[in-house]
Design a protein around this ligand. Structure first.
Ligand SMILES: [Zn+2]
Length: 293
């Protein structure tokens, strides 16, 4: 009994501190077009399209932030969230699913997102996407044709790009980190080669005046997106050559010259993805595909 009390006290403390982590977070709302907004708080960037059809939402950050996000949405729309897209399964993009579902949203994602969310420890069905797609889907909402298209094995194995045709706005999910090295989740089906192909596909969809909402970082231009693509391609080529020359993963990870043309190790040392971590990931990813071929 005593232990039970201790365990619940520990559990409660960890729940409180998890909640506490989000107490200070404020949701900011940035206007992208007359009716599309980008919301930032903690985690992946959210997009919402507002208008007569209701709110069409992309990604929802962490569960403890749902109330604050709903409040921010209500400042720009009187209507509820009708559709909610998950660009992929990571918790900083899909953590609020159950809360938004309870408030009436229909959640949509790639097949593999549902699969991965279903394999979580949580055995309930709450917050799972109830409509999934394998390749593409189109929505007609608030004056936009909204194209969802799956990109293979990029950041994960379930990524989608979302393009608002008439508004000329693209949400890339985490296939684009603006102004930093990307996280590529190799353990969940991501790969450097897929990440490059995803950026190429995104670039093909857009033009010089497209506004781009990246998974993380500030609202971007085509120039920023192109620069990101070029960085991925160049680093991949360089590390591929290093592998052919017999370099080990540790040697590549230690060689800061391989990536310093983009961001130096010094400036990324406290980032979620440091230069070293990025080089190691690219090495692992290329080496993995070499082994398969
Ligand atoms: Zn992610």
């Amino acid at each position: 009994m005593k232990y039970l009390f201790l365990i619940s006290a520990i559990l409660l403390t960890s729940i409180i501190s998890a909640q506490g982590r989000f107490d200070a977070i404020e949701i900011t709302t940035e206007r992208v077009t007359d009716h599309i907004f980008m919301l930032k708080g903690a985690g992946g960037n959210i997009a919402i399209s507002t208008g007569k059809d209701g709110v069409f939402m992309i990604d929802d950050q962490f569960a403890p932030l749902s109330n604050k996000i709903m409040a921010a949405i209500s400042n720009v729309s009187d209507l509820p969230v009708k559709f909610l897209i998950n660009t992929h399964f990571h918790g900083d993009h899909s953590g609020g699913n159950a809360n938004f579902e309870s408030s009436g949203a229909i959640i949509i994602a790639h097949d593999n997102v549902r699969e991965r969310l279903s394999n979580n420890d949580d055995t309930s069905e709450a917050g799972l996407p109830i409509i999934t797609f394998s390749k593409d889907a189109t929505f007609y909402q608030n004056g936009d044709d909204i194209f969802l298209t799956h990109v293979h094995n990029a950041h994960t194995d379930g990524d989608a790009l979302v393009y608002f045709a008439q508004s000329n706005v693209l949400h890339t999910g985490d296939t684009f980190f603006n102004g930093r090295f990307p996280y590529i989740d190799l353990a969940s089906g991501g790969s450097i080669t897929g990440a490059i192909v995803a950026a190429k596909k995104g670039l093909m969809l857009i033009n010089d005046t497209t506004k781009i909402i990246p998974g993380h970082g500030d609202l971007a231009t085509k120039g920023d997106y192109q620069k990101y693509h070029d960085m991925l391609e160049a680093v991949s080529d360089t590390i591929s050559k290093a592998i052919s020359n017999g370099q080990t993963e540790d040697q590549v990870a230690a060689d800061k010259s391989l990536t310093e043309a983009y961001f130096t190790d010094k400036e990324t040392k406290n980032d979620f993805i440091s230069g070293e971590k990025f080089r190691r990931t690219v090495y692992k990813s290329l080496n993995e595909s070499l082994k398969k071929s």
